[in-house]
Ligand binder design. Structure first.
Ligand code: ASP
Length: 317
């Protein structure tokens, strides 16, 4: 048996502003990501490979806040965070504040496979990518008008945090709407029974230069352990770090004997919300059960696998 779940960020999706074209665009990209990851798993590939490939599809799309569609810092730069973890042996790799790298999730995987470091940041992460032959892109590739405008608006409002505003987003003349949380992530169970998780983001709109978020930190935005579960999160990173969201969910399953859904709900609806944080997680256990919890109005999410129904959703049920 195998299964994958993905997310494309959590936030205040305004159902009243959604059009069929916008919904189609998000639905198709999420389905493409799921199919890509599921094909790896169906062919007997590893959960790590499936997670990486599924995340790449979303990094390459300008509609999500990761890779190509990344948010800008308050200095107008692209600084991306990502991480990946193999639940079979707790190996992991992560990057923080990296520029120019087309697929930060692949860089995370190369850092994990190299094994000497766990987390590389900034220029050091970029040179590691160059050494490993990863594709780089210039600023124009990452430039999207909707993220640039969102950054300007945020600075003008002197607001560097997430809000409930809708940000108009124009993708190839299709007018769509997005919220400031658009991080992407995937969790998977492969046919060998191994779990993996991965997360990738441009971070929060108009974040401070050099600010690293939860998506670069194992235990906060990403965690995987075959004994318990694999988790990927999205939301206000500072709160995810303080609540060590991803590892806390795993710890509650392992030490408190909670079901994965109860653990995810407790950490998101009580611990994270109790600190004032917003966001959500997708998680999978070693039996392929998917648990999703979020305290925002919506979350782009979906799942596909053997013996399970494929779904893509955006709003609360
Ligand atoms: N968690 C990400 C961060 O704080 C943002 C997001 O999920 O959209 O960098």
């Amino acid at each position: 048996m195998h299964r994958i779940a993905i997310h494309g960020g959590a936030g205040a999706l305004r159902q009243d502003l959604m059009t069929p074209e916008i919904e189609k665009l998000f639905t198709e990209t999420l389905l493409q990501s799921l199919t890509t990851g599921n094909d790896v798993l169906a062919a007997g590939g590893s959960s790590v490979e499936a997670v990486e490939k599924a995340v790449i599809v979303m990094e390459d799309s300008p509609i999500f806040n990761a890779g190509r569609g990344s948010n800008f810092t308050n200095q107008g730069r692209i600084e991306m965070d990502a991480s990946i973890m193999d639940g079979s042996d707790l190996r992991t790799g992560a990057v923080a504040c990296v520029s120019e790298v087309k697929n930060p999730i692949s860089l995370s995987r190369l850092i994990m496979d190299d094994g000497r470091q766990v987390l590389l940041a900034g220029e050091g992460a970029r040179s590691f990518a160059v050494k490993k032959g990863l594709e780089l892109r210039d600023f124009d590739y990452f430039f999207t008008h909707h993220r640039w405008d969102a950054m300007r608006r945020s600075i003008n409002k002197r607001e560097v945090e997430l809000s409930e505003d809708i940000v108009p987003l124009h993708v190839e003349s299709v007018s769509v709407f997005d919220k400031k949380y658009g991080t992407v992530g995937a969790v998977a169970l492969d046919q060998q029974g191994n779990l993996a998780a991965g997360t990738s983001t441009g971070g929060i709109t108009a974040k401070a230069a050099g600010r690293a978020g939860d998506s670069s930190l194992i235990g906060a935005g990403t965690y995987a352990n075959n004994k318990t579960c694999a988790v990927s999160g999205t939301g206000h990173g500072e709160y995810f770090i303080r609540a060590t969201v991803a590892h806390e969910i795993s710890a509650l399953v392992e030490h408190a004997g909670m079901s994965l859904q109860d653990a995810a709900n407790k950490v998101i609806q009580e611990n994270l919300a109790g600190l004032g944080g917003q966001g959500g997680v997708i998680a999978i256990d070693r039996n392929g059960n998917i648990s999703i919890s979020f305290n925002t109005k919506g979350m782009y999410r979906g799942s596909m696998g053997s013996d399970s129904e494929t779904f893509v959703k955006m709003y609360k049920d």
